[in-house]
Design a protein around this ligand. Structure first.
Ligand code: G6P
Length: 369
């Protein structure tokens, strides 16, 4: 056990650091110098995907957050409508399935009861085809899907998912690129997105170098019981994932909001004892986020801002911290910004002395309803 963990104190820390390798493996032989290779989703996959007129994504937990990022990506670049739903709701809801809708199940284990049941239910609802994005080739979800793309994260032991999530994002980016190219995305933009994805392992390697700064930041959270995470656009699901990681392993109550919703409720909670973690995009929404953060600052809240290296952004006063990250481009930034949030949750949990790899009450794979 100690051997497998190598020099790392916990599997989770090891798995966080394995992400560049895991993503590299997931992209290997699937994307080349001219773009995504043909039929990486299985024989006849491209022909089926070309017929898709919409996408429904179903998953649980962290995998659900990967699906939410994919919604932003696919709608922007492939111009297809995407809906994302947790499997436990989908399976009991009377969904409307427009003609030509692709069903996508995302699961690390491929054995999550709700996800598997949702997939079986989808068979009765007239989808175009089912696609599994999964980390375990011999799993039930993979066996029962028409199309599949394996993430190659390798075994994930820590209950809190890390490398499975970022490899899911890599796989979903390949799906997005395939759908987008088929639907006539501008060639230069397609090449730019492909280059960004190819750079993702390196970008994550750079983000991992922030660990010493994050260890320092983690001390701030140790005595606290609540935290708020904010994001906008495709960084909103990253905020959700950051808050899930923190609650899962440190037992600090954390919530995530799209920053524009702050004024519709959570602002009432903000005072000096409520840290607010913001994942700042570098794009058209940056100014909007800044004005959201101004509201936090005005109420004495402690701001922790993860900002793109190129973004004109600062936590702005003595009561704030800004960490700079090279997001590697608008497309891959959600995957890159996930890493410091994983590290933050990890180090807060270590300092609080919890059982990081096996948090209380949780299971790695939930195979019962
Ligand atoms: C459990 C795990 C989570 C995981 C979720 C979905 O709740 O603790 O880490 O995200 O199941 O699992 P799956 O294997 O379907 O991705």
């Amino acid at each position: 056990d100690a051997v497998e963990r190598g020099d790392y104190r916990h599997y989770m820390q090891k798995e966080i650091h394995e992400q560049p390798r895991a993503i590299n493996d997931t992209l290997e032989a699937r994307i080349g110098p001219h773009g995504v290779l043909p039929n990486i989703f299985g024989v006849g996959g491209d022909e089926l995907l070309a017929r898709a007129r919409g996408v429904h994504i179903i998953a649980c937990g962290t995998s659900y957050h990967a699906g939410l990022v994919a919604k932003y990506w696919i709608e922007e670049h492939a111009r297809l409508p995407v809906s994302v739903e947790v499997a436990s709701e989908f399976r009991y809801r009377d969904t409307v399935v427009p003609d030509g809708t692709l069903f996508v199940a995302i699961s690390q284990s491929g054995e999550t009861a709700d996800t598997l049941a949702a997939m079986r239910e989808s068979r009765r609802r007239g989808y175009l085809a089912t696609l599994a994005i999964c980390n375990v080739p011999e799993s039930s979800v993979v066996r029962e899907a028409d199309l599949k793309l394996m993430t190659r994260a390798g075994p994930e032991i820590g209950v809190a998912s890390t490398k499975a999530f970022t490899t899911q994002l890599a796989a979903l980016a390949l799906l997005c690129l395939t759908l987008a190219e088929q639907r006539g995305l501008d060639g230069a933009r397609y090449a730019d997105l492909c280059a960004q994805i190819a750079h993702l392992p390196r970008a994550i390697e750079d983000a991992l170098k922030l660990e010493p700064q994050i260890v320092e930041l983690a001390t701030l959270f140790v005595p606290l019981e609540h935290a708020l995470f904010l994001g906008r656009g495709a960084q909103f699901p990253v905020a959700l994932e950051g808050s899930l990681k923190l609650k899962e392993i440190s037992y600090i109550h954390a919530e995530a909001y799209p920053a524009g919703e702050l004024k519709h409720g959570p602002l009432a909670l903000v005072d000096e004892s409520m840290p607010v973690v913001a994942v700042a995009p570098n794009g058209p929404l940056l100014d909007k986020l800044k004005s959201n953060l101004q509201e936090v600052r005005a109420r004495g809240g402690r701001l922790i801002v993860f900002a793109d290296a190129t973004a004109p952004m600062d936590a702005g006063n003595a009561n704030g911290t800004t960490l700079r990250i090279d997001g590697g481009g608008d497309f891959i930034a959600p995957a890159v910004f996930t890493v410091p949030l994983q590290l933050l949750a990890y180090h807060v949990a270590v300092l609080r002395g919890t059982d990081v790899d096996q948090p209380r009450n949780l299971a790695k794979s939930v195979t019962v309803e």
